[in-house]
Design a protein around this ligand. Structure first.
Ligand SMILES: [Zn+2]
Length: 124
């Protein structure tokens, strides 16, 4: 069970991540618009290099959308008071672990026990 202070700190952490991801998503949209404008204005840029850059940007965007969903889910879990409850063994997840990985739903033991590596890390 988290203390009110810990809950508050975790909420701030999640809110900061949401803001950061929303900002990134925004610049991805800006990139798309710039690309369209460039197409009309000039054709000097190498087509394949441009395509490459564009698909990288889209992949990044997909990844961010994925993490955005995870963070929104974490906020929901925080609101309902279950963010620090391991979804596998129902043991509490340590506050330090939550601050390091606020989107995790597993305690350290269960996470380690799981063979498959699941993406609960936040994007760099
Ligand atoms: Zn567990």
């Amino acid at each position: 069970m988290l203390t009110p202070d810990q809950t508050q700190r975790l909420r701030e952490r999640l809110t900061a991540e949401l803001t950061r991801l929303a900002g990134n998503a925004h610049s991805a949209i800006g990139f798309t618009m710039d690309r369209d404008r460039d197409r009309i204005g000039r054709d000097s840029m190498d087509e394949s290099a441009e395509e490459e850059l564009y698909s990288t940007q889209l992949r990044l965007h997909d990844r961010e959308t994925f993490f955005l969903g995870k963070i929104q889910e974490a906020v929901r879990r925080l609101d309902s008071g279950e963010i620090d409850v391991c979804e596998e063994c129902a043991e509490p997840i340590g506050f330090k672990r939550l601050m390091a990985r606020p989107v995790t739903t597993l305690c350290f033991e269960c996470k380690t026990a799981r063979e498959q590596v699941e993406a609960d890390e936040l994007p760099e």
